[in-house]
Design a protein around this ligand. Sequence first.
Ligand SMILES: Nc1ncnc2c1ncn2[C@@H]1O[C@H](COP(=O)(O)OP(=O)(O)OP(=O)(O)O)[C@@H](O)[C@H]1O
Ligand SMILES: [Mg+2]
Length: 339
Amino acid sequence: MSEQISINKNENLVEITHLKKWFPVQQNFLDQILAGHVDFVRAVDDVSFTIKRGEAFGLAGESGSGKTTIGRLAIGLEKPTAGKVMFDGIDLSSLESEELRKLRRRMQVIFQDPMASLNPRMCLGDSIAHGLKIHYPEKIAEHRDITLSIMEKVGLTPPHFFFTKYPHQISGGQRQRVVIARALITNPDLILADEPIAMADVSVRALLLDLMVQLKNELNLTYLFITHDLATAKYICDRIGILYLGRLAEMGDLREVYGHALHPYTQALMAAVPVPNPHERRTQVMPAGEIPNPINPPSGCRFHPRCPVAQEICSKDEPELRALRPGHWVACHYAEKFL
Ligand SMILES: Nc1ncnc2c1ncn2[C@@H]1O[C@H](COP(=O)(O)OP(=O)(O)OP(=O)(O)O)[C@@H](O)[C@H]1O
Ligand SMILES: [Mg+2]
């Protein structure tokens, strides 16, 4: 299997089909007996998409829509309740834990909070080199040089200076560069970036995004880029999926979706993106109400209780994703209205 892991070169690096993740709601035994069933949080409820090699695929949606859960499923950190994740032609569910561990070299993660993902008692150089120790212990003599060169690449210069520093001795923006370096050290194909700049100071966000774009081109990386912010997604993503309560509402090429949003939910999200020009007034606001409870999602289209164009059918029939324009899919009974 390890040989297969290194030689595959599928055009689609990630293929996700009918993915579901339902978490059982913890209930005490008596409540379970009285209810006669176990409730589930339907965090991800039948999601399919592919990520081509070398592309940046964005997942956007409000808090609790299932973005992080899909990311964790995509790299095998969680097992799906149903559905399949293929990475470079390999079905993750077919792998033994040791095989999955080896494959992880090719899929690395950048989380939101660099302080939480770095060991405060480990110097930055050792933190960054950690993946080398796990995946390439036989090359220990080269670890330091590889680490210094990756530190240089992410802008931690001079690298010798930063190598011996600790997380509390550097700025937030520099800490996020350390996390990026640590993800790149194993020469991965896929980077799962889960809100990678959300905690960074506004002044360094654009720099970090620039760095991520530059590294993607230079190292031919593929990104699964998770964000709740459409303005950030616009900067980095080639294609995007808009999630609502564990399902894709809309998906397509970034320019398509941003230029011709067909789902009322996407339109509301777009309208909520702040614009720098004070004369350009927003006419719409986010739909009223909070995102409903994923334990008992609304019947039919999950968005119907908040939707400005909902009709009777929307509370009855769940809309499927349909291709309405080239490279552009939408799950709405009335999307033709907006064509
Ligand atoms: N381990 C878990 N056990 C039970 N429920 C979970 C678990 N992980 C996630 N959930 C639930 O699944 C739903 C989706 O969570 P998820 O973290 O994927 O959302 P998200 O889109 O990443 O949100 P945010 O933008 O706030 O990070 C939420 O209702 C959450 O409470
Ligand atoms: Mg999340």
